[in-house]
Design a protein around this ligand. Structure first.
Ligand code: IPM
Ligand code: MN
Length: 356
């Protein structure tokens, strides 16, 4: 019973975003009632529909307004009527960069009962966390065109890796591995054999920082091999730290081995500021309004948010409730294959959360 009140900014977004966020909030309210704290939700309509109406992605003052919250909950942004890149850069990436959410924390955990595409692998084998750098690398936007549209065209896209950005990410990953206290192993996933500047920096900083954490075993894997191990021996991993682009790619594979986008969650974390929690799947516009989309990823995003806010017991209770639901009620997590509707899944998790 913390008795605290938390201000939460909610960006439901596009497509099925609002449907899954509604269920997440339903479950969060059940947790708040049970564990004695208050959540005040404020809605923001920063999404594709608003962009098509107004021509702006984030309006003037939006960043300052959002910064006043310790946590934000995001549904999904992406609209079939908007050219790819505009909403991603204008809203999602802008929030990550400008609010300096420098960690993208993505747990890969197979819950009991969930169908896994890997043969002979179960929940005890698939339980690791990817710490993805979230503000630099190829995402920094460095590069450009020369002679665009001509036969001599040149396009460059550079990976920006700053000592400060790399070090704070690696330190976060070591601290996280120590806090998690499961395998006490941190794997740097990189490409030191080819990207001999960027990952030289990452590798040097990694082994330097490792000296401050004698209880954690530092480990290295090339990113291509990492994807191979995800499929062959996922039980080898405890925590993985990697750059922005590699983290983006390997966590989609991670999502698949944990049962799909219906369950995969991420936190965009600024340890000293505002953090944003989101299901990592997209807005799935074709399922909008049909009550078939899986809200579990958004519900898990809510659980992660509570843990981040310090309401650890409440967050863990939601996660346990999700496990009850996967173990006893839904095997296939794909939209339309759950055997029940979006709102029913939310009701079930909320019921467990109230009493489990
Ligand atoms: C993710 C997404 C985003 C990314 C896109 C939508 C810009 O794929 O959160 O993983 O590339 O980071
Ligand atoms: Mn991605």
């Amino acid at each position: 019973m913390s008795g605290k009140t938390y201000e939460i900014g909610v960006i439901s977004g596009d497509g099925t975003g609002p449907e899954v966020i509604k269920e997440s909030i339903k479950v969060l309210k059940a947790a708040a009632a049970r564990f004695g704290f208050k959540l005040n939700f404020t809605d923001y309509d920063f999404n594709g529909t608003r962009y098509l109406r107004t021509g702006e992605t984030l309006p003037e003052g939006a960043l300052d307004e959002l910064k006043r919250h310790k946590a934000l909950l995001l549904g999904a942004i992406g609209h079939p009527g908007v050219k790819p890149g505009i909403l991603e850069k204008g809203i999602l990436l802008r929030l990550r960069f400008e609010l300096d959410m420098y960690i993208n924390l993505r747990p890969v955990r197979l819950y009991p009962g969930v169908e896994c595409p890997l043969k002979d692998k179960g929940p005890e084998d698939i339980d690791f966390v990817v710490v993805r750098e979230n503000t630099e690398g190829l995402y920094a936007g460095a590069g450009g065109f020369l002679k665009k549209g001509t036969k001599d065209e040149v396009a460059t896209q550079e990976s920006i890796n700053t000592r400060k950005g790399v070090e704070r990410c690696i330190r976060y990953a070591f601290d996280y591995t120590a806090r998690r206290n499961k395998g006490n192993k941190l794997t740097l996933s990189g490409k030191t054999n080819v990207l001999t500047y960027a990952f030289d920096l990452w590798e040097r900083v990694f082994y330097e920082v490792a000296k401050d954490y004698p209880g954690i075993k530092p480990d290295y894997a090339h990113v291509d091999a990492t994807t191979m191990w995800f499929v062959k021996n996922p039980e080898w991993f405890d925590v993985i730290v990697t750059d922005n682009m590699f983290g983006d790619i390997i966590t989609d594979l991670g999502a698949m081995i944990q049962g799909g986008m219906g369950i995969a969650t991420g936190g965009n974390i600024n340890p000293d500021g505002t953090s944003m929690f989101e299901p990592i799947g997209g807005s799935a516009p074709k399922y909008t309004g049909q009550n078939v989309i899986n809200p579990l990823a958004a519900i898990c995003a809510g659980a992660m948010m509570l843990e981040h806010l310090g309401e650890t017991e409440a967050g863990k209770t939601i996660e346990k409730s999700v496990m009850e639901v996967t173990a006893k009620h839904i095997k296939n997590l794909a939209a339309g294959h759950m055997g029940m509707g979006t709102t029913e899944v939310g009701d079930l998790v909320a019921d467990y959360t109230a009493k489990i």
